[in-house]
Design a protein. Sequence first.
Length: 237
Amino acid sequence: MNTSPKSIEIRDLGKIRYADAWAYQEDVFDSVVKSKIELRNNPKESAYPENFFLFCEHPPVYTLGKSGKMENLLLNERELKEGGIDFFKINRGGDITYHGPGQVVGYPILDLDQFFTDIHKYLRFLEEAIILTLADYGIEAGRVDGLTGVWLDVDNKEKSRKICALGIKCSRWVTMHGFAFNVNTELDYFDKIIPCGIDDRDVTSMKRELGKDVDIDEVKAKIIKHLGSLFLWEIKS
């Protein structure tokens, strides 16, 4: 348990299969929820549930959220197997998306009671951290009304393209799942799905926009810096 609110532990899981990362998330999420319940039943002065931020990178996988439609996956079981691509129906919001090498995946497991109890604000903060990170590289990004995530050329529907997808779960004001940020991602995998159920807009990456590979560790450091300025959290050493 934390001795101060808004204290967070950053963990980088490296390259990890989606199923293993999901199980890891569930274990951490369950421990935070259990801690909240224990503290409510037996209050302790200056004690708070832990907060975590997990970074990772997955081998190729498609995940379908609770509100997603199977028809947005354009491959059958045989084609998935032949392509070496995993597929999971999962307990986050949103539709179908892709995770793979070269993508920065962030899973915040936060007790929002220590920050603010507003899911809309939470999603906007995640988006804003990515928008600010992209600005550090000279890429102008923003939001499209009615569509969660981070986009480029937001005012031109024909040119607008998504660079970061978001999908979360929140229970007892504890979050899990998070964002998938295309840094050096191989974008051909998105051709085999209707990303997020949106069939009239493109997907992009930092590599495509800048014409070169980007240092992923540097990107992670910038994301954490911007998230810290938004959430005003204290990173545990």
